[in-house]
Design a protein around this ligand. Structure first.
Ligand code: HEC
Length: 166
């Protein structure tokens, strides 16, 4: 049997090289126009098969800890750190000049709760959508906003005294 002709070997080699060069089209590290696959802030969201479980305050606090407390800490205004956040939110009027928004968390009424409006609306009655980013609002993933909505709709249950559960 004769060895394969040289031009066949070269053609095979060029094909292999061309394919391996094209193998990593998005390795430039830059942002491209594909949808962001997974926002890390969505990690708090329940798996879809658990989506009907009631949202606990522990989960709310985790959302605040991850996204809000860098600004909403103890220095006046709305405090979202534990253990202040629940009592600063539930049945409380939004602080001036956000008072136009009314009650921050009206248990059972998400759309009437200014906390929910600040997270879900691009144009709340005052200021910007939360969380505020460095230059622009950086809205939370939809599933996180849905958790806040569900927690309010379920009556905004208070933090459970440390039972070690959850
Ligand atoms: C980079 C700083 C920053 C971050 C992060 C941030 N906020 Fe705010 N937030 C502000 C500022 C400043 C205001 C007042 C101006 C306004 O309303 O837009 C405000 C106002 C608010 C208000 C209206 C009541 C008030 O205190 O004036 C709510 C409710 C609120 N934020 C919720 C949140 C929640 C929930 C998060 C996290 C998901 C968050 N914010 C993240 C800076 C921040």
């Amino acid at each position: 049997m004769a060895p394969p002709p040289l031009n066949t070997i070269l053609l095979t080699l060029t094909t292999i090289l061309a394919c391996s060069r094209g193998a990593s089209p998005s390795a430039d590290g830059g942002t491209d126009d594909r949808a962001v696959a997974v926002d890390p802030r969505a990690a708090v969201c329940p798996a879809s098969d658990a989506a009907t479980a009631p949202v606990t305050y522990l989960q709310m606090q985790r959302i605040f800890d991850d996204n809000c407390v860098s600004c909403h800490d103890v220095d006046g205004g709305l405090v979202l750190t534990a253990p202040h956040s629940w009592s600063d939110l539930v049945n409380q009027l939004a602080p001036d000049p956000d008072t136009c928004g009314g009650i921050l968390v009206a248990p059972g009424n998400a759309s009437g709760s200014y906390l929910y409006q600040k997270l879900s609306s691009a144009s709340p009655c005052y200021g910007t959508q939360m969380p505020m980013g460095e230059f622009f609002p950086d809205p939370l993933p939809a599933c996180v906003i849905a958790m806040v909505e569900a927690w309010i709709a379920e009556g905004a249950p208070a933090p459970v005294a440390d039972g070690g559960g959850d």
